[in-house]
Design a binder for this molecule. Structure first.
Ligand code: HPA
Length: 271
């Protein structure tokens, strides 16, 4: 959980103040493994007071401080999902820590189901905006100073970062979709009726993370970018059930494209 003890431990153990934090979603954690193997400094979450080890298959549980394309970053392998039963303050605790450590920007990545019928499994999508369907808000409670009590969310996913991501994708010859991510608690996948409803609401993708972290990262004054790996078509779009296995496999299949895009993004990130 975020606390002054956790922050103190992080400050003591972090080898440097990263410019950027990158949260790696399901199936995208291989990036952290390769970075950790190449002179990265790994810090398991369990070394921070109040932080438990994440439990979901396909999710690591550590921070890797490393250089990516010559820039100092921290890679977060694994996150604390609300559906695991973690309290919301823990779900967003890494964002509080990054903000207070002096990190300027966060790239949030996730696995998501695609609602937009123009999108295909395996494609990446830059988040243009989100719909908070968690039924709660991570800022409920006493305001965490010095963030504003009622923070503006009208450009939560930084427009300059989105432009930069598109330029990177184009240079790499990649298709990068752009769309609205609807975040909800899970852990059950959605019903076909829910997916039809969410399409009407304007969602292009659906997933079980990212929204609380994006809100808190903005509250901390950090700039935010988001990328979804579209790992499956959402429930009812195809005549087949959804499995966590297919989500992980699609993530693994997209991993090298994902890593190339993230590296390009980091390289000349306009910070
Ligand atoms: N729904 C919710 N979360 C997800 C999905 C989905 O279809 N795919 C990956 N994460």
């Amino acid at each position: 959980m975020y606390s002054s003890e956790a922050l103190q431990a992080l400050k003591t153990k972090a080898p440097f103040v990263p410019e950027l934090a990158i949260v790696l979603g399901s199936g995208l954690g291989a990036f952290a493994e390769s970075a950790a193997a190449q002179a990265g400094r790994s810090l398991p979450f369990t070394e921070l007071p109040g932080f438990p080890a994440p439990t979901v298959a396909g999710h690591g549980g550590k921070l890797v401080f490393c250089e990516v394309e010559g820039r100092k970053v921290v890679l977060q392998a694994g996150r604390f999902h609300f559906y695991e039963g973690h309290p919301m303050p823990l779900v967003v605790a890494p964002m509080r820590l990054y903000g207070r450590l002096g990190v300027k920007a966060v790239l949030l990545t996730n696995a998501a189901g695609a609602l937009n019928p123009a999108f295909s499994v395996g494609e990446l999508m830059a988040l243009s905006d989100h719909i908070n369907f968690f039924g709660t808000n991570p800022l409920i409670g006493p305001n965490v100073e010095p963030g504003p009590r009622f923070p503006d969310m009208s450009a939560i996913y930084d427009p300059a970062f989105r432009t930069h991501l598109q330029a990177c994708a184009q240079r790499l010859g990649q298709t990068l979709r752009e769309g609205v991510y609807l975040g909800l608690t899970g852990p059950s996948y959605e019903t076909p009726a829910e997916i039809r409803a969410f399409r009407t609401l304007g969602a292009d993708a659906v997933g079980m993370s990212t929204v609380p972290e994006a809100i808190v990262a903005r509250h901390e004054g950090m700039r935010v970018a988001g990328i979804s790996c579209l790992c499956n078509m959402a429930a009812g779009i195809l005549p087949q059930p959804l499995t966590h296995k297919e989500v992980l496999e699609a993530g693994a299949a997209a991993a090298s494209r994902f890593e190339a895009l993230v590296r390009a993004f980091v390289k000349d990130l306009p910070l």
